[in-house]
Design a binder for this molecule. Sequence first.
Ligand code: BV8
Length: 246
Amino acid sequence: MAAHSTLPANLRGAIRRSRHLCVLTGAGISAESGVPTFREAQTGLWARYDPGELATPEAFIRQPALVWRWYRWRRELVARVEPNAGHRALVTLAEHLPRLTLITQNVDGLHQRAGSTDVVEFHGNLFSEWCFAERRPVECASDEEVPTCAYCGGLVRPGVVWFGEEIPPLALDRAFKAAAECDVFLNVGTSSQVYPAASLAVTAKDAGAIVVEINPEPTADATRFDFVIAARAGRVLSELVDSLVD
Ligand code: BV8
């Protein structure tokens, strides 16, 4: 039996017996693929921009070309990396447990590239595009610096949710329903600073689920969690898989 030092036996047992496991991931699960976390210092050209500033509709209206340059830079960065053991472990867990709902705040699409299906993309996806005026997905044919919408001629934007914008209603509804009815909730690789995503763990706890934080660093008030596993997602989720398939 491999050592499962990061996960207490009672937690492993609760997950093994779970009817419905709900997992929320943040930038931390992609960190081991080499994708900088959201609040980590931006590298190079972007060192002088605050992501909280650029990821807003106001920034796009003011400087659409600059915002597109930022998102194209992130697309190229993500296209060069691979999903890691943490992403892959979630694919295996979904195959071995009765029900797993995967909700991600990440826009990098790495869960899908690892093989996860039916991912709830709470903040959209870096590689999709929306018509800015109508806020609906468009197939972006043009490769102009700031693409325009074939339907209305207006600007096309990256298909991600910016600060001050509502979460896509379907994603919001699915996420909070899963949090309210799961029996175990894993909060993985997120600083829990962004709402309403950070409310999902609270919803799960209020509904009686076992709530687990998986993060090498301490984050919000630890009292909201039944277990705090201070370790990296790749290691913890791989150990969880080993314990289930042993
Ligand atoms: C909304 C897409 C209402 C874009 C993102 C006060 C003022 C102004 C606004 C607000 C306010 N209070 C609340 C708000 C609302 C605001 C908000 O929460 N602001 C925060 C900053 C205070 N929220 C919103 O605006 C949301 N919308 O509220 O709408 C509304 C309702 C109806 C109608 C109209 C409006 C929308 C928020 C969505 C923003 N978009 N991303 C893009 O990516 O460009 S959020 C962005 O942050 C990313 O998606 C990211 O995923 C997300 C959360 O960050 P984390 O994933 O947690 O990443 P972070 O770097 O912070 O942390 C990484 C963690 O990983 C760390 O803890 C680290 O220790 C850990 N880690 C590192 N390595 C590992 C690891 N963990 C495990 N393993 C490892 N190896």
